[in-house]
Write a protein that binds this ligand. Structure first.
Ligand SMILES: C[S@@+](CC[C@H](N)C(=O)[O-])C[C@H]1O[C@@H](n2cnc3c(N)ncnc32)[C@H](O)[C@@H]1O
Length: 273
């Protein structure tokens, strides 16, 4: 049982530096109570009664698995079906018609680069299947995240009603099955379309296909500092074909030094040829 959740300043700074080096996520001084709330159970489960002592243990570098677990608890995984739908509408109306011919050869066409628990890539799979059911969209989508834990949930493809309620009913009926326990399950015909893997966006290189038609990287770069945001966008761009689409969150601007892009709509960009 944790008795002391106070974290000394030096430990807080050293630990948040470690989190930033490993994930890109910047935790300023205002995130102290969030960190305390999210890590206290982990510290208690590991037998610590003092959160600062637990963070010192992580900083000593002798428990890689615990560091990964702590970082996963500090990341925000919140997502839901049909978030920022204007991007899915652009994808359906403008990207899919361009990539249909290309689907005849095998390989990925779209990368969902911080997919969390999978709601975003399953929508992309639904849209692709609706547009070209006969073409074989198997493996056409890559979905990745830093966290293996969220990817496990994503692969299961089972969601509570609260996650699904904003998805228009016609799509929900086409792409999901309702279960006896009141949850929703991704339909069998979409299940082969996505390849899942862990990718850390701040890694210097991604082992990832290039020549992609679209990359979704929404609601994650907001947690990084501005040089990291620009560097990640440049790297994402290198995996897109000229004219390929990049979807960031609607509230996110394009950093100046992030390469050459044309703005199409809020958060929607095309790589300049
Ligand atoms: C808020 S969710 C966004 C989910 C979805 N893209 C959306 O817009 O709803 C942010 C995701 O980014 C992931 N993430 C954080 N840092 C990352 C990194 N360095 N590399 C890859 N993914 C990261 C988190 O694990 C989390 O699942």
């Amino acid at each position: 049982m944790l008795r002391n959740t106070h974290v000394p300043d030096a430990t807080y700074r050293a630990f948040t530096d470690l989190v930033q080096r490993r994930s890109g996520i910047v935790l300023g001084p205002d995130k102290r109570s969030m960190l305390q709330a999210r890590l206290q159970n982990l510290a208690g489960d590991c037998g610590y009664d003092d959160l600062g002592a637990f963070l010192d243990h992580l900083l000593a570098g002798r428990s890689e698995a615990l560091v990964v677990d702590a970082i996963e608890r500090l990341t925000t995984n919140h997502t839901y079906f049909w978030r920022e739908p204007v991007h899915f509408e652009l994808f359906r109306d403008q990207v899919v018609p361009e990539l249909m011919e290309d689907l005849r050869r095998p390989g990925p066409r779209v990368w969902c680069a911080a997919s969390s628990t999978g709601q975003e890539p399953w929508i992309i799979a639904g849209i692709l299947q609706d547009a070209c059911p006969a073409l074989g969209t198997r493996g056409a989508i890559l979905a990745s995240d830093l966290s293996m834990e969220v990817l496990e949930v994503a692969k299961q493809g089972v969601y509570p009603d609260a996650d699904v309620k904003r998805l228009p009913e016609a799509m929900r009926r086409r792409w999901m099955r309702d279960r006896a326990d009141g949850k929703w399950e991704i339909a069998a015909h979409l299940r082969g379309d996505i390849a899942w893997r862990t990718v850390n966006l701040i890694a210097p290189n991604y082992a990832m296909a290039s020549g992609l038609h679209a990359v979704f990287c929404r609601n994650v770069l907001i947690y990084f500092d501005s040089p990291t945001r620009a560097a990640v966008i440049r790297r994402l761009g290198s995996h897109l074909r000229p004219g390929g689409w990049l979807f960031l969150s609607m509230t996110e601007g394009m950093p100046e030094d992030a390469g050459a892009w044309t703005r199409i709509a809020p958060g929607a960009w095309r790589k300049s040829a």
